[in-house]
Structures are given as structure tokens and as C-alpha cells.
Design a protein around this ligand. Structure first.
Ligand SMILES: C[S@@+](CC[C@H](N)C(=O)[O-])C[C@H]1O[C@@H](n2cnc3c(N)ncnc32)[C@H](O)[C@@H]1O
Length: 319
């Protein structure tokens, strides 16, 4: 399971981002990986940033099992929790942890999730239309589709999949009520307008955008990210860092906006002269070298084509 579960991206960059010395008093560095997956990033962090300890979260029980297996050699330095990162505060409170030196989120799905046909994430194999990262919670994609009307499904396909044929595809899906991945592919391909099918079909499977949109919706991925962006910065010790790897523009935009907002100093009270040294400072900053985020080297992209769309953004607790 070790090498095959998931090949992590930007490993060097993540270790470098979470390595700087803290200026505060957290001697015993505590890191949190909120997307354990197969434990690749966590393994590298535990290896290179010893004697740090690491708490790992994942909403997928398969990931918890795989990472626990892989990271057992680190003994008590590693602790796994089965929870979505939208519940980070509850998970840390439960362990009595108030602040940490670093938090990593490597968003999206793992190769294991995509490659396990029965999970229903992939349009390349036929399986029940499930798509839940945590199969123990919430409705599957097929069940959710049964609760949506045409307007809601069109919005999901347009906003989360950037699908130009959203309205006609939504109508066909609601009419066809797909229960399996291949039924969904068939319905989407038939519903797509001929010009779209010709242009998209040359590069990607015509159902790619629909699958992406449904997956994001089923797992409330943007809602989860919003909660993480709200809670995680407040958990950082002085000098601590939050590192987030995104894979598409919807995620990246949300991370970039929130980091920019948190790095702005609060406006001084109007009309009161304040000496420069006493002006309110921002509590967070985007460290030098991370303004545009970091992307994988050409060598990494050649070795791991899935890394191509990845971008690492970093926020630091400054004051
Ligand atoms: C790209 S993989 C992470 C791979 C990992 N960094 C590694 O080195 O193997 C993303 C993982 O995040 C998990 N995940 C996605 N959204 C999550 C959320 N809201 N809460 C917790 N885990 C989540 C998925 O279940 C998946 O295992």
C-alpha cells in the first residue's frame, strides 16, 4: 500500500515551508496534516523535522488505515484522527491542543480514491455513483441527485465544474437519474452540444467537468475549505505556518483571497494621529517567496503529471 496509495506533490517545498524556526515558545513542535491520504507528506515531515510530533486528520477511513500503517514506525510522534478538516477546532480541542507550529492541507482526492472503482469517483470504471470521501457519512452522489431541481443542478455544474452546457446536461441527468458512473458518462456525452463534444472530447472525457462538480458538491469541498481558512490561522503559534496545496482555480482563489485579507493591517481609527510605530499591524503575513504561491518544477511535472495543476500557498502568524 505504501508507494501505491498516493504520490505526494511538492514534498520538498512543503518541508521547507513548515521548517522555519518559531519565534515563540513552542519548543516541542507540533504539526497537523489535515489531509493525511497515504501519509506521504506526513512521513517526510516526521522524518525531516524530528523531533516534531504530528497529528493527522482525514475524512476517509481508508486513508486513516493506510497512513496509520505507514507511519507506525514513528511511534507516539504520530496520532491519527478520522474527521473532516472543517471540524479541526473540535479535533484539536478534544486533544487539549491550543496552538501548533504548522498545518498542512493537500486538497482534493487521492489516487487511491480515484483508482478504487467502488468509490465511484472515476469515469473510467463502472461503479455505483457514490463519490463520498467519507462513505460513513452523508448522501452519495446518486442520492443527492434525487434531491436537486434543474436550477440547483445547473448552478452546481456551472459554478463547480465551469461546464458551458450546464443547463442541458442538468436536464438530461434529472431525466435519466443515473445510478452508476458509466450511466452518468453516457447521459452527459449524449446531452452535450456537438461543438462542445468535439472540442472537449479531443482533450478530456466529456464528463470530466460534471464529475468534478458533483464530487465538490457531494463532499462540500468549498464549505470545508472555508471553515479551514477561518479556523486554522487562529491555531498557529507565533511564527507558525499554514501551507495549502490547491489543484484548481476555485480552491486557489479562495485561499489567495483569505490569505490576502488576513495579511492586511486593520485600518487605524479615523482622525486620530498615530505615530508610525504604533499603527496596527497585520496578525498574519504571506512570507517572502510565496506571494504567487509555489508550483512544481518541470522535473516533478514530468515524473508526476498529476502535480501539474498544484500550487502551494503559505501564511505565517506574524504578531
Ligand atoms: C491529495 S490527498 C492527500 C495526500 C497526502 N498528502 C499524501 O501524501 O498521501 C487528499 C486527502 O484529503 C482527504 N480530504 C479531502 N477533503 C478533506 C476534508 N475536508 N477533511 C479531511 N480530509 C479530507 C481525502 O480523503 C484524501 O485522502
Amino acid at each position: 500500500m505504501q508507494g501505491g496509495y498516493h504520490q505526494p506533490v511538492l514534498v520538498e517545498e512543503v518541508c521547507a515551508a513548515l521548517a522555519p524556526p518559531l519565534t515563540g515558545g513552542v519548543g516541542d513542535r507540533l504539526l497537523v496534516d489535515v489531509t493525511l491520504g497515504g501519509g506521504g507528506h506526513s512521513d517526510a515531515l516526521l522524518e525531516r523535522l524530528a523531533p516534531s510530533r504530528l497529528i493527522g486528520l482525514d475524512r476517509d477511513p481508508d486513508a486513516i488505515a493506510a497512513a496509520t500503517d505507514r507511519l507506525s514506525r514513528h511511534g507516539a510522534r504520530f496520532h491519527a484522527i478520522h474527521a473532516p478538516f472543517g471540524e479541526l477546532n473540535g479535533a484539536l480541542d478534544h486533544l487539549g491542543v491550543t496552538e501548533v507550529a504548522g498545518i498542512l492541507a493537500d486538497l482534493g482526492v487521492s489516487s487511491h480514491q480515484l483508482d478504487t472503482a467502488a468509490r465511484g469517483f472515476s469515469f473510467q470504471t463502472d461503479a455505483p455513483l457514490d463519490m463520498r470521501m467519507d462513505p460513513t457519512r452523508g448522501p452519495s452522489a446518486a442520492e443527492l441527485l434525487g434531491t436537486l431541481d434543474h436550477r440547483q443542478l445547473t448552478t452546481i455544474l456551472r459554478e463547480l465544474g465551469e461546464e458551458p452546457d450546464a443547463s442541458r446536461i442538468a436536464r438530461a441527468i434529472l431525466h435519466g437519474r443515473p445510478q452508476t458512473t458509466f450511466q452518468l458518462v453516457e447521459i452527459v456525452t449524449a446531452a452535450m452540444s456537438a461543438p462542445q463534444r468535439r472540442t472537449i472530447g479531443k482533450r478530456i472525457n466529456p464528463a470530466t467537468r460534471t464529475f468534478q462538480a458533483l464530487r465538490i458538491h457531494v463532499n462540500d469541498e468549498l464549505g470545508q475549505l472555508d471553515r479551514l481558512l477561518h479556523d486554522a490561522p487562529e491555531r498557529l503559534a507565533l511564527g507558525g505556518r499554514l501551507a495549502i496545496i490547491t489543484f484548481h482555480s476555485l480552491e486557489d482563489r479562495a485561499v489567495k483571497r483569505r490569505f490576502a485579507e488576513l495579511s492586511r493591517a486593520p485600518a487605524p481609527p479615523p482622525g486620530v494621529p498615530i505615530p508610525a510605530a504604533a499603527l496596527p499591524r497585520a496578525r498574519f503575513r504571506v512570507p517572502d517567496g510565496y506571494r504567487h504561491g509555489q508550483t512544481p518544477t518541470q522535473a516533478e511535472q514530468d515524473l508526476n503529471p498529476r502535480s501539474r495543476s498544484s500550487r502551494l500557498r503559505v501564511l505565517e502568524r506574524a504578531a
